[in-house]
Write a protein of this length. Structure first.
Length: 358
């Protein structure tokens, strides 16, 4: 007889801890509260859908407005550790209302909501209303991609749009748990580079793929807004044990999300942005070999020598493994725009406008 799947001890331990924290939170008068994140979807007569993303936590009534922190808290800055202290609401039932229809969706064991539901909506941004038990409604935005869309932009976050040097444990802990969110530094030139690529193009899906935790999703969203990055969907993960082990695989998370996008958007070619400090070149190369028709180019930001030491080294020698898929290796936004222009991936209007992207 085949062996039965057993839940890992660490997962059971975490589940018990979450249940205890939720129970204690309710005893203190907290209520289940939905923290909405941006999602995405696809248009299609009778076949449209949206992917709804959110997290359900226990919080005091009035602590959040429309699922977001109060403005004064944001202006004062949020220390990283505060993103991790709200008790999760495991398996909470959330009611999602969109396009005149209502769906009941369950969060996972960590309170994370990730669900794809039918929705016949025209291309563009739309709002999903999310309610959990006695919480106030929260609004989540979703970007619906047109059926004829053929270009998409997907970017890594750590050391691609924000300087983090995350792979070193002590620096990772400092950047994630200690720094005020306003102390985070944007990577030079990358926001303007993305704007140049998108200029003149309409209806382009923009996604930010990271091994970061959903706990920091709203902090990252505010960072992207402050630094004028294109509006898009975050694809993060849930830190901690799984049902089969102590730790989740960040590489597997990225690989799985990329493969999912290839299935959901088979006609879109993605411009993939990353850096050479972690595993982005290997992950993107694997995706390009498996789905060459879904990659228009791979852009790798080369770290400075000091950044490379902090981030754990560089990756080289894999460009030849993806014939037909161009690579761009450059140190800043200006060089990347120039190289993409030679590949014909920067709209002519953006090239004519010129300007400094550093």
């Amino acid at each position: 007889m085949p062996a039965k799947n057993k839940t890992h001890f660490a997962s059971k331990l975490e589940d018990g801890f979450h249940a205890w924290r939720e129970r204690r939170a309710r005893e203190r008068g907290m209520v289940a509260t939905v923290l909405p994140f941006k999602g995405y979807g696809r248009a299609g007569a009778g076949a449209g859908w949206v992917r709804i993303l959110a997290r359900v936590v226990m919080a005091r009534p009035g602590a959040f407005e429309d699922g977001h922190m109060q403005p004064k808290v944001i202006s004062d800055g949020v220390r990283g550790w505060r993103n991790f202290i709200s008790p999760a609401a495991p398996y909470a039932e959330v009611v999602a209302r969109i396009g005149g229809r209502e769906y009941r969706i369950d969060a996972d064991r960590g309170g994370v909501l990730d669900a794809r539901v039918p929705a016949d909506l025209p291309p563009g941004w739309h709002t999903v209303t999310l309610t959990c038990q006695d919480s106030a409604p929260a609004s989540a935005k979703v970007f619906v991609v047109a059926e004829d869309a053929r270009f998409g932009l997907l970017s890594d976050i750590d050391d691609t749009v924000v300087v983090t040097a995350l792979p070193r444990p002590l620096l990772a802990a400092w950047n994630t748990f200690v720094l005020d969110e306003h102390a985070r530094v944007a990577t030079a030139g990358m926001a303007v580079m993305m704007e140049r690529v998108l200029r003149g193009r309409s209806g382009v899906p923009v996604l930010y793929l990271s091994t970061g935790s959903w706990n920091v999703a709203q902090t990252l969203t505010r960072f992207l807004n402050r630094n004028l990055y294109p509006e898009g969907t975050l694809l993060l993960t849930d830190w901690g044990p799984t049902e089969v082990g102590w730790f989740r695989s960040g590489m597997k998370h990225k690989v799985d999300q990329l493969r999912r996008l290839a299935v959901e958007f088979p006609d879109i070619q993605w411009l993939l942005l990353g850096d050479d400090g972690q595993h982005d070149p290997e992950i993107y190369a694997e995706f390009a070999r498996r789905y060459p028709q879904n990659v228009c180019a791979i852009v790798i930001r080369q770290l400075t020598p000091s950044e490379a030491v902090l981030a754990g080294g560089r990756s080289q020698g894999i460009m030849a493994s993806t014939p037909g898929v161009p690579w761009v290796y450059a140190t800043d936004g200006a060089q990347i725009v120039a190289e993409l222009g030679r590949l014909g991936l920067v709209p002519e209007t953006a090239e004519r406008d010129g300007g400094d992207v550093r």
